[in-house]
Design a protein. Structure first.
Length: 412
């Protein structure tokens, strides 16, 4: 563009704005003050390098260890459980409230707690953040970490306090694989949780020849003699509890379903809680590898943490409650859909370049039980998709682990 052409554009009458018209673009003074105040708040709360982080680094390492050991657990945010010297997790990062200076203040039409605090983060930074902002961050995507609890002794499970009136029903056991298969040997915290009515050593004698033991010898990590309880049912409940951490591998055409990727202390703590009945107040948080207090709202619901589906193909399907429950419990690993004119748009995709239609292969199935406001919903990984043209034009979705659910409370 030449200088002459540029001058003609800039001298166009459209660019002539009177003083009165210019005022239309001026922000009202209250808005300017509000924006200025907000910028100052944000500037104050920005993270900066923590000069004495060495004083805190060992605390974060210790709390992570205690979470994996079941000595601490995760709880959803409540105002009263955020105190000075409290640890929390927000957006996957652990923070420590070193100093908390709050008081009840009039905020608009309500009297609420607020004030600034010094928070140190495990990435070596710190911030002078508002109390209410801490709450918002935890509520959006995080947890408060409970105080240290040394938990229960496990000796009672093995018969230390058993009398003649107690009836032995069998053993719950935890095994570690000795497999040299890279698919197995490379997995940290991989354990089999099972039951037997015979002594455990007898049960595993032929392990190297059985797919359920991953075609390899195993090491006995822990055994628990169970009294006055249905051992098989207890095993099933434990499997349901850890279903999001189930390990998937195919061994000679068989998919063993009793292997889980969970830190050993967490498995032990969960077994204790099953025995004393307190497990109903917990779920397993796979992302944080920690026990999490279940959250029940006014509709008596229980939820897991939100699963990030960014970049993934998610297919939403309605499903009957009975099949929903089977998938949630790991009893059903294939979901079927018939390809019909009414489902063609949802279950297939069209290649924009060739115009050809293909079966859609989603990464995640989002399954819901009804169209009502309080319906159950779960997200489950899709391992494979197979389309059978004959005889019924049926699509088979082979399911992996459940990564998220939001359901009405019930105990299996």
């Amino acid at each position: 563009m030449s200088d002459k052409e540029l001058d003609e554009i800039l001298n166009d009458p459209l660019f002539d704005i009177s003083e009165k018209e210019q005022k239309l673009f001026d922000l009202p003074e209250p808005v300017k003050k509000g924006r200025s105040k907000k910028r100052k708040v944000e500037e104050i709360a920005q993270k900066k390098r923590c000069e004495n982080f060495a004083d805190y680094a060992h605390l974060f390492a210790q709390v992570h260890k205690e979470l994996r050991e079941g000595k601490r657990s995760l709880v959803r945010y409540k105002e009263d459980n955020v105190q000075e010297k409290t640890f929390f997790i927000a957006d996957g990062l652990m923070g420590y409230i070193d100093v908390l200076d709050v008081a009840k203040r009039q905020i608009k039409d309500r009297v609420r707690k607020d004030g600034r605090s010094r928070v140190v983060y495990e990435d070596g930074t710190e911030s002078n953040i508002l109390f209410r902002t801490i709450g918002k961050n935890i509520t959006r995507n995080g947890y408060v970490i409970t105080e240290l609890n040394d938990g229960h002794e496990l000796d009672g499970l093995s018969g230390a306090n058993i009398t003649d009136e107690d009836l032995p029903q069998g053993w719950i056991y935890i095994l570690r694989s000795k497999s040299t298969d890279e698919r197995i040997a490379s997995v940290k915290d991989l354990y089999k949780i099972g039951f037997t009515t015979n002594p455990v050593k007898e049960r595993i004698q032929n392990a190297r020849n059985e797919a359920t033991y991953l075609m390899a010898d195993v090491e006995v990590v822990s055994t628990y003699r169970v009294y006055n309880a249905n051992v098989q049912k207890l095993e099933g409940l434990i499997h349901d509890f850890f279903h999001t951490a189930r390990f998937y591998v195919n061994m000679d055409g068989v998919d063993p379903k009793e292997w889980f990727v969970v830190p050993l202390p967490i498995i032990r703590e969960a077994i204790v809680k099953f025995i004393d009945g307190s497990i109903v107040d917990y779920t397993y948080n796979r992302e944080q590898q920690a026990l999490e207090h279940s959250i029940y709202d006014s509709f008596n619901r229980i939820r897991t943490a939100k699963f990030d589906t960014t970049g993934l193909d998610v297919l939403s399907l309605s499903i009957k409650q009975v099949y929903f429950d089977q998938i949630l419990k790991g009893e059903k690993d294939i979901e079927y859909r018939e390809l019909k004119p009414t489902t063609m748009g949802k279950l297939t995709r069209v290649d924009k370049e060739t115009g050809k239609r293909y079966i859609r292969r989603p990464d995640i199935l989002r399954l819901y039980t009804s169209y009502t406001k309080d319906h159950d919903v779960l997200l489950v990984r899709v391992k494979d998709v197979i389309y059978n043209e004959e005889p019924d034009r049926m699509i088979e979705y082979y399911l992996g682990d459940v990564v998220e659910y939001d359901i009405k409370r019930r105990i299996y």
